[in-house]
Design a protein around this ligand. Structure first.
Ligand SMILES: NC(=O)c1ccc[n+]([C@@H]2O[C@H](COP(=O)([O-])OP(=O)(O)OC[C@H]3O[C@@H](n4cnc5c(N)ncnc54)[C@H](O)[C@@H]3O)[C@@H](O)[C@H]2O)c1
Length: 329
């Protein structure tokens, strides 16, 4: 691609996270916001006024604009594949939000399409600064023994993200991290669902075993009461031969207390420093830009990684249905 000019980046899907992408891209000195396509034209016009770029009337027009180098897909979970196909056919570099897809068949189709382009799946926790430090040290930590992830989300989030099973909406992040730390495809998984309200399943527990002997437990769901202070209370613990890491998300050491109680800030996406966006999403997008400029295939949060996460989710859902362990192959 052109090396001396900014990378021109567009977004498909202008909801809460699509705006997060626009705000982050607008903060990156090496990037120019090319525009947005989303279903609601009023919303698209407001976002383009705020962050710059063109308001595209449809996906085809955005995809065929030769001035666009890279596109973030931030549509709902089950709509990623349709945009991915159109953009990949036009050779765009793509960052596709998590989960890669909501079926393994679609994920595998996206994997095939991605072979001729520069693309990443949006597991931005791989770029969370503390988690990235564990990955950087992994070769000096000896054998991986156990991983445990616990995600408690506010019940109000179920109103939006309950459109998909929590395995797709919440745990795909942890599953992708677990696979990446284990450095191999899982051997078997068993899962149990928790239901206590109407509609979508409320929570899930998973146990995963890897062929090399490492094990993983993941649990969580939309359990937190609706309140203003804390939308997500996530933790992970990573046990290696050499020692154990404990990580809280958000960082519980940074709080604000007022007459309504304590508040905690999500520094993964809302890490705004004097108008500039930092945090995990920024790091992930910077990484994709660097790959694009150097014509290198991304090695972190790849489309293969996104696809493997979906493979494990499908096995976990099968286990929850049958009450049995499910093996990978
Ligand atoms: N990485 C993370 O930690 C993280 C956090 C939140 C959300 N997400 C993911 O980001 C994606 C978007 O989430 P959100 O919270 O912004 O959802 P949202 O419902 O707020 O927004 C989705 C937007 O996409 C638009 N849209 C729907 N179908 C479309 C189509 N075919 N073409 C173009 N636009 C379309 C909708 O009109 C809406 O504006 C989801 O996959 C979600 O799981 C990731």
């Amino acid at each position: 691609m052109r090396t001396s000019e900014p990378v021109r980046a567009a977004v498909v899907g202008g909801g809460a996270f699509g705006e997060c992408h626009l705000r982050t891209l607008a903060s990156m000195p090496d990037v120019e916001v090319a525009g947005l396509y989303t279903l609601e034209q009023d919303r698209a016009a407001a976002l383009c006024d705020r962050y710059g770029g063109n308001c595209y009337p449809d996906l085809e027009e955005l995809a065929s604009d030769p001035s666009i180098d890279m596109v973030s897909i931030a549509t709902p979970e089950d709509a990623h594949c349709e945009s991915f196909k159109v953009l990949a056919e036009q050779g765009k570099a793509i960052y596709v939000e998590k989960p890669l897809a909501t079926s393994l068949a679609e994920a595998e189709q996206m994997l095939e399409l991605s072979r001729s382009i520069t693309a990443m799946s949006g597991h931005c926790l791989r770029f969370e600064s503390r988690i990235a430090q564990v990955f950087a040290r992994q070769d000096r930590l000896g054998a991986l023994r156990h991983m445990s992830f616990r995600n408690k989300r506010s019940r109000s989030e179920k109103e939006v993200y309950g459109r998909v099973h929590p395995a797709y909406g919440i745990f795909c992040h942890d599953i992708e991290l677990a696979n990446a730390f284990a450095r191999e495809r899982f051997h078997r998984v068993c899962a149990l669902e928790t239901r206590f309200s109407e509609g979508q399943v409320d929570g899930m527990n998973l146990l995963i075993e890897y062929p090399g002997g490492a094990t993983c437990s993941i649990e969580g769901g939309w359990y937190l009461p609706v309140q203003d202070g804390l939308a997500e209370n996530d933790r992970c613990s990573l046990d290696f031969e050499a020692g154990t890491f404990e990580i809280n998300l958000p960082h519980m050491g940074f709080t604000f207390v007022d007459s309504d109680g304590y508040r905690f800030f999500n520094q993964q996406y809302e890490c705004n420093v004097y108008g500039m966006e930092f945090g995990a999403l920024r790091a992930a997008l910077e990484y994709l830009v660097r790959c694009l400029r150097s014509d290198a295939r991304p090695q972190i949060s790849t489309i293969e990684d996104g696809c493997e996460a979906i493979r494990l989710i499908e096995a976990a859902l099968q286990s929850a249905r049958t009450g049995r362990w499910v093996e990978a192959d």
